[in-house]
Design a protein around this ligand. Sequence first.
Ligand SMILES: Cc1cc2nc3c(=O)[nH]c(=O)nc-3n(C[C@H](O)[C@H](O)[C@H](O)COP(=O)(O)O)c2cc1C
Length: 647
Amino acid sequence: MRRNSWFETVAEAQRRAEKHLPSTVYGALVAGSERGLTIDDNLAAFGELGFAPRVVGHHAERDLSTTVMGVETALPVLISPTGVQAVHPDGEVAVARAAANRGVIMGLSSFASKPVEEVTETNPDTFFQLYWSGTRDTMVQRMDRARAAGAKGLIVTLDWSFSHGRDWGSPAIPEKIDLKTMVRLTPNVVTRPRWLWKFAKSGRIPDLTVPNLKPSDGGPAPTFFGAYHEWMQTTPPTWNDVRWLREEWGGPFLLKGVSRVDDAKRAVDAGVTALSVSNHGGNNLDTTPASIRFLPSIVEAVGADVEVLLDGGIRRGGDMAKALALGARAVMIGRAYLWGLAANGQAGVENVLDILRGGLDSAVLGLGRASVHELSPEDLVIPPGFTRTLGAGKDTTPPAAFQNRASHAWPTVPPKPLVLVPIGSTEQHGPHLPLETDSVIARAVAERAAKALPGPALVAPILPYSASGEHAHFPGTVSIGHEALHSVLVEMVRSLSLWAGSVVFVNGHGGNAASLRTAVSQMREEGHDVAWTGCGVPGSDAHAGRTETSLMMHLAPEDVSMDAAVAGDTRPLATLMPDLIAQGVRAISPSGVLGDPTGASAEEGRGLLDLMVSLTVRRMSAGITDSRGHLVEPEKSPSAVESKVAN
Ligand SMILES: Cc1cc2nc3c(=O)[nH]c(=O)nc-3n(C[C@H](O)[C@H](O)[C@H](O)COP(=O)(O)O)c2cc1C
């Protein structure tokens, strides 16, 4: 009896691929560089993330569809480009057909075994992938050909450093597979008669040429290794080259392979439409952490500007749900569909896409969401320390460079810029929020305001220590007191004024207001162009309550422990103030919370942050201050009461 070719999970597809394929071919699919630690982490990281399911209020119908770079897809998954050499005689055409049948976008590698024209004919929703390889002329020819074939987007892959040593032994890949090689590989091949039979039936032997790199003068297509050689000989690209590629292509443009926030920002500056957070499926520099760990920081930095995708380690629909919850617009899959292809051709790829659809739908259902767009970090249990942030100029790094679009070396600082200096605190924020809560909020407001303001605006490294005397008896609090803070602010302004046009302190901690008033008014009397503003919004509660908790759930969800959140004293700040001044926070609220964090949400935090930023931008644009340099709302007179600042 014929064995049921349907499989239940991607793990089973992998087992069948291993059985079907010669070990050399299977080895090339599972490959990860060096010790394979990155590829392991790509998988393990999804296991570290948990779900936070709901039990009532589930939606009878769920919408899993989205668009990627303007192209509709029934599922938020793309076929990631891979050189599908020798896995199946129909190669990428079988994959493209499966993707078309499931309404999914096909990514075609320039190292693929099938011509782009055949693939776009099969699946019109195809993105063509290019490496920075060859001369500019050859790259233009390749892009022209893909465009003429109807490719709807270009994927440019930049995360490859020719790091191919593998401790477990790289499989030997022949220059080309002809009959002679087949004979040489016989011991390997004869143990996989079904694989050989598929090729024999198709009347072809596995092909290791790359038709999409065929020269336009009619010469033969290079072999896989010829193409690889050309790529290795090409001088690596600069950001200007990326911009040039994007302009030459002129359509939707996805940059694949980003891990760092600074690279993501430069990609945005280069005009990309989308980027994929990726480590090439563990095939670039081994020990690079899993791509999912970088996703939140990159979404936070550029998610409002471009579409952010993720690839690496997706094996289940639940993995997709986790990536989407952390802000990915869609994911890309590599090995999962290759194993499906090896196990059962086109039907095997369809089987894999169905598995992913089923798993994603279950997750969306169980999380009580109606669509993939509603997934959010709140749906996940994110263990402390899960995420990694690279190249963000975090305030834990030495304050050597300005944190702005690019990390500025001094000659690149624009003349007489406006400098925003965020001021935070290091103080207890209840049992559920981190000590740096005020710093995270102040920096986020300053960075977003700097982007929104016209003209050059730089964000200076944050001042993380300030006046937190009222929280002094809680472990973790570090306060330098008003006197020291006053001196720091004065000296900062004197130093900044040597080259800055103007200085605005963006304060995230209400306890700093007294020092800011005295220091800023002293500096204005000395003739410096300086002002300050707070991050308050009307109606916010006092400390570690709903306002700050919502903001942190939006900005740094991995650092919020909602399990530990408790309500504190909920009286308004004005009522609490005399007791606070006389006795400190601990006497009034043993937990350190003033307010009630329990109803907080990331959604609310996003709205609050937007409001904070727009109020800050409005105040800064109007430039009206009270007599001590505190920026006030434009409609209020300069003598108006100072606005409330967040704690
Ligand atoms: C065998 C193989 C070949 C690949 N070839 C390419 C390629 O030609 N172009 C490219 O951009 N990425 C290539 N990749 C990387 C994938 O597009 C994708 O980033 C990676 O496979 C995602 O990880 P996953 O396999 O865990 O899903 C390849 C990956 C594998 C496993």
